[in-house]
Design a protein around this ligand. Structure first.
Ligand code: SDX
Length: 450
């Protein structure tokens, strides 16, 4: 803390105990001549957190933390990220192993119930998806009300919330009761809602799911089949999309998951919490980045730029441009998901014999950016969104559906976090603030106003 700031704050100084002392699990805070002890908690991966739950009652002070970069909102046992080492694990299992050996439905079970399912558990879980894949038939009419130009993320959030109008039992937040059915219904039907939204936007008749198809195959069938011919389900396409869903399934306390937990903390129902998560995910700084990356790559391609102009613009704060798909609040090393998706890009495009100029532009952009001191000093690496759009484009998914695909993938993570909030003694999320508005002043009658 610099001297000027210190003097303006009076005698506010913080002494941090030496690492050896942290094991005594307290942090010492000296404030206005008094000394306070704050407990330090340690997670299973040795992360340390200073518990400030009693800070205001002890000191009359709160903390401020722009963007919550240093603030833990909860304890969670679902996903672990080590941003410095580029580590991502779902319930302790490395994302690289899950990407290589698991499936989206199996990972959904793992995230929500904390263990890999037995073959019987997985069979029953998968069957529940089939039994709950149809929307309430009356919901179909709502799609008629949306204009063809409606963004599918708007449709998704509204139709997820609308579901509880047709199934009033979903209004309960009791995770001990019918939670498993609610969770399965949400994961299964988010796929159906997304497919119906796409079909409506193209003026196509909706295609119902087929009971013989598994999760991802059924989604592709509902997206791309036509009444006179079923979509040809190529194994490499189904596997690639399943991998995209799996890699997006959870990511600890990101913006949308924190939103789901915030809404859940008021004891709102699962569908309302998930609909709020969809809205938070939509932003171009978050899940909307995959669509923004494709638009950026296409802009570079159309302009004939080799990427250098765009990189210079992204470094210039006044340009209003960012290198979309780059940077991350937590990863200060490569996003492990980006590495997996980049490898899958090459494999899928080769198998499908797709030669997408945007892939080579993306690779050149990554190579160039990672040589630029601006990106290196700020530890900005490609994140999950940088290459995912290239694969989705190769699979024939329209760019406006990219963030919807992210939402379908993230649904199990949102549900697992919702369940954790309901099962833990969570207080309603209600942050404090430092007020900076006008101090006390009288009401002025309108005739006296200037
Ligand atoms: C996701 O949180 C999660 O886990 C999210 C996610 C998930 O799975 O849920 O991983 C999914 O949202 C991935 C991120 C997708 N968004 C983008 O790709 C958009 C582009 N990236 C940036 O907007 C940014 O990197 C964020 C939003 C991802 C992170 O923002 P932070 O942590 O608030 O970082 P910052 O804005 O404070 O950046 C620090 C510096 C700044 O420069 P200085 O003020 O230090 O000079 O880095 C610069 C920023 O201007 N910077 C960038 C940049 N990202 C950061 N400069 C140019 N291009 C970028 N992409």
């Amino acid at each position: 803390m610099d001297d000027q700031l210190a003097s303006s704050l009076g005698s506010l100084k913080c002494y941090w105990l030496e690492p050896a002392d942290i094991m005594s699990k307290t942090a010492e805070l000296k404030l206005e001549g008094k000394t306070y002890q704050l407990p330090v908690i340690e997670g299973s991966e040795k992360e340390q957190g200073i518990d400030i739950s009693s800070l205001r009652s002890q000191t009359g002070h709160i903390t401020i933390d722009d963007g919550y970069g240093n603030t833990g909102s909860c304890r969670s046992a679902i996903t672990f990220i080590d941003g410095e080492k580029g580590i991502l694990r779902y319930r302790g299992i490395p994302i690289e192993e899950l990407a290589d050996k698991s499936s989206f439905v199996e990972v959904a079970y793992l995230l929500i119930w904390g263990k890999l399912p037995t073959s019987e558990e997985l069979r029953k879980f998968s069957e529940l998806f089939t039994e709950n894949e149809l929307l309430h038939e009356s919901m179909k009419h709502h799609f008629e009300g949306f204009p063809a130009s409606a963004h599918p993320m708007a449709i998704l959030s509204s139709m997820i919330n609308a579901t509880s109008c047709f199934y009033p039992e979903l209004l309960s937040s009791d995770v001990k009761g019918h939670f498993k059915l609610d969770a399965v219904r949400l994961i299964s039907q988010v796929r159906t809602i997304a497919a119906f939204a796409h079909r409506k936007s193209r003026g196509l008749p909706i295609i119902y799911p087929k009971p013989e198809y598994k999760y991802t195959a059924n989604f592709l069938h509902m997206l791309f089949s036509v009444p006179y011919r079923d979509y040809e389900l190529k194994p490499e396409v189904v596997r690639a999309l399943d991998l995209i869903f799996l890699l997006h399934a959870d990511h600890e306390q990101n913006c949308s998951t924190s939103t789901v937990r915030m809404v859940a903390s008021s004891k709102a129902n699962l569908f309302a919490s998930a609909a709020a998560g969809v809205c938070a995910l939509w932003g171009p700084l978050h899940g909307g980045a995959n669509q923004a990356v494709l638009e950026m790559l296409d802009e570079i391609h159309q302009s004939g730029d080799d990427g250098s102009k765009f990189i210079n613009a992204a470094k210039d704060k006044n340009s209003g441009k960012k290198l979309m798909g780059f940077g991350h609040r937590v990863y200060k090393n490569h996003d492990p998901r980006a590495k997996i998706i980049k490898k899958a890009c090459d494999e899928v495009l080769e198998k499908l014999q797709v030669d997408d100029p945007l892939l080579s532009i993306a690779k050149k952009l990554e190579e160039a950016a990672l040589k630029e001191s601006y990106f290196v000093e700020r530890k900005l690496y490609p994140n999950v969104d940088f290459y995912s759009g290239i694969i989705m484009r190769a699979l024939g998914i329209p760019v406006e559906m990219f963030t919807v695909i992210f939402a379908i993938g993230r649904m199990p993570g949102w549900i697992a976090n919702y369940k954790e909030v309901m099962e833990e003694p969570t207080r309603i999320y209600r942050p404090r603030q430092i007020y900076t508005g006008p101090t006390l002043n009288p009401y002025i009658p309108i005739k006296n106003r200037l």
